[in-house]
Design a protein around this ligand. Structure first.
Ligand SMILES: NC(=O)c1ccc[n+]([C@@H]2O[C@H](COP(=O)([O-])OP(=O)(O)OC[C@H]3O[C@@H](n4cnc5c(N)ncnc54)[C@H](OP(=O)(O)O)[C@@H]3O)[C@@H](O)[C@H]2O)c1
Length: 281
């Protein structure tokens, strides 16, 4: 298949582009002009320039599928115009959402959305994609390759001299997580076999306690087995911004049973704690 990948220089987009190419698909990478010269897009047969804020630049009439994986602008109107432009080309659009659209608590692919404040725009964008015959893929917190939010915890542990996790009212959150390579394989499966109008969850471990993640991050930062501590969300907000800090404090348990069954997807990479600790060696 010929597949356009937006956000192709990013953490998720670059992994997906590489995996699609390995599977023999023709990857067209959509990138912003300045960045690509600096970073390149491995696996891309073609590079095209575009920007989410300029819907005309997203025209995708000549491809079979689109993986849309750009960093969110946070502006619902901009995000809706972008997916409208991608859907208008008639390709199968796979929209990268995220588990935060589900809100706190337990959820699976059939649960109603209840977005946390950081991602309120996602509810309308998901709806537009599904109504337009596209597919929604919600990754959990992505780790692996020394990038992503967990790598940020390692950097923060090094900065603070101890492992910390953001917590609201002292409550320890749990995160649904996924290794970047398992996630890239899921994207390929969704591009190839995902049903129009379906929601899929990219989650391997449903609810990892954050004290365990912070402990592994501290070890990765060379701090050994020193005790970890809760970082009050109000304090973290000053460093990370209130929206992002609030998101990190959300406790979730997200299942992906339907996704595994429907697509025959079986994540197999080491869990988040083992992955972070491996970075320490
Ligand atoms: N990482 C996670 O744990 C996670 C979990 C769930 C959902 N998600 C979602 O997955 C998507 C991708 O996340 P990521 O972690 O891969 O982010 P990332 O590493 O920050 O990559 C974001 C990509 O979006 C591109 N981009 C940013 N603004 C753009 C614009 N206006 N027009 C076109 N491209 C633009 C960036 O291009 P430049 O190189 O030009 O900056 C980059 O390629 C996001 O929507 C994110 O919310 C991520």
């Amino acid at each position: 298949m010929k597949v356009l990948v937006t956000g192709a220089t990013g953490y998720i987009g670059s992994a997906v582009a590489g995996r699609l190419a390995e599977r023999g698909h023709e990857v067209v990478a959509l990138v912003r002009p300045k960045q690509v010269e600096a970073r390149g897009v491995p696996g891309a047969a073609q590079v095209r320039y575009g920007d989410v804020t300029d819907p005309a630049s997203l025209a995708a009439g000549d491809v079979d599928a689109v993986v849309h994986a750009t960093a969110p602008t946070g502006d619902e109107a901009v995000e809706l115009a972008a997916v409208d432009a991608l859907l208008a080309g008639g390709a199968k659009v796979v929209y990268t959402s995220g588990v935060w659209v589900l809100g706190p608590g337990d959820a699976d692919e059939t649960s109603p959305v209840n977005p946390i404040p950081f991602v309120t725009f996602r509810a309308a964008v998901e709806r537009r994609v599904l109504d337009g015959g596209g597919v929604v893929l919600r990754p959990g917190i992505v780790y692996g390759g020394g990038r992503g939010i967990p790598a940020l915890l390692t950097a923060k542990a090094a900065e603070h001299g101890r492992g910390r996790y953001v917590a609201a009212d002292g409550r320890e959150p749990t995160w649904p997580t996924i290794h970047i390579d398992d996630l890239a394989e899921l994207f390929v499966a969704v591009v190839e076999r995902g049903e129009s109008g379906s929601i899929y969850h990219g989650v391997a471990e449903e609810a990892v306690p954050l004290s365990a993640v912070a402990k592994a991050a501290a070890r990765a930062a060379g701090l050994g087995d020193a005790p970890v501590e809760a970082w009050p969300v109000e304090e973290a907000a000053g460093d990370l911004g209130p929206g992002f800090a609030g998101a990190l404090a959300v406790g979730q348990a997200v299942r992906a049973d339907r996704t595994r069954k429907e697509l025959g997807w079986a994540p197999s990479r080491p869990g988040i704690v083992a992955d972070l600790e491996a970075g320490a060696r």
